[in-house]
Ligand binder design. Structure first.
Ligand code: 5GP
Ligand code: MG
Length: 192
């Protein structure tokens, strides 16, 4: 464990490892218990914001024994930048009917709050029985619109992180850990 944490060379493009695979697993398990404590044995509908939340959603779902339905929503991303730019757009909306259903919205990271505020508004218009939000990471200091999640895996400082579903220009999603991308790799050259 300590070996991985200190091994900045876990992936050559990482400056440091913020959470190891083991630490993520442990927290996902305890988050599932927090969720269970709120929903009891009842059914709920998971709405996962893709692509970023795919790994987190898949792991969290497997820790949950409740009957669940799954839907995904695709929101436009940063492109090849590390700072959120402009207003997020819905690229692909829901397929399942969530009216009168208990909805658990899942995202990888809560940053400015714009993405979750947008999706929250969209889901509420569909008259769900309830709406709760679960994020793996929360960069609380970066909020531009007020938004808080009901379940938070880890609060993190303002660092651009990749791995475990989180990308930079669609890369690094497959890393089993979460780490800080080296600063020199965060801005692609003009020709990229
Ligand atoms: P928000 O709309 O809250 O600013 O941003 C949420 C989205 O921005 C997340 O779903 C994620 O896709 C992206 N994002 C925010 N911070 C980071 C980060 O540190 N690393 C990566 N890879 N994506 C981030
Ligand atoms: Mg995302």
């Amino acid at each position: 464990m300590t070996l991985k944490k200190s091994s900045a060379n876990f992936h050559p493009d990482l400056e440091s490892v913020m959470f190891t695979e083991g630490e993520i697993k442990t927290r996902v398990k305890s988050l599932s218990r927090e969720i269970k404590a709120v929903y009891g044995d009842g059914e709920f509908t998971i709405v996962s914001i893709i692509n970023g939340a795919v790994l987190f959603t898949a792991d969290l779902m497997r820790e949950i024994e409740n009957p669940v339905r799954l839907d995904c929503i695709r929101i436009s991303s940063y492109g090849e930048k590390t700072q959120s730019s402009g207003t997020p757009q819905i690229v692909h909306s829901l397929t399942l009917d969530v009216a009168k259903r208990h909805v658990l919205l899942i995202d990888d990271i809560l940053d400015t709050g714009k993405t979750l505020a947008l999706v929250d508004g969209l889901i509420r218009k569909l008259n769900p029985a309830s709406l709760r939000v679960c994020v793996l990471l929360d960069k609380q200091g970066r909020r531009e619109v007020p938004y808080e999640a009901d379940f938070v895996g880890f609060k993190i400082p303002d660092k651009f992180v990749v791995g475990y579903g989180l990308d930079f220009a669609e890369r690094y999603r497959n890393l089993p850990c979460i780490g800080v991308l080296k600063a020199e790799l965060q801005n692609p050259p003009e020709w990229a």
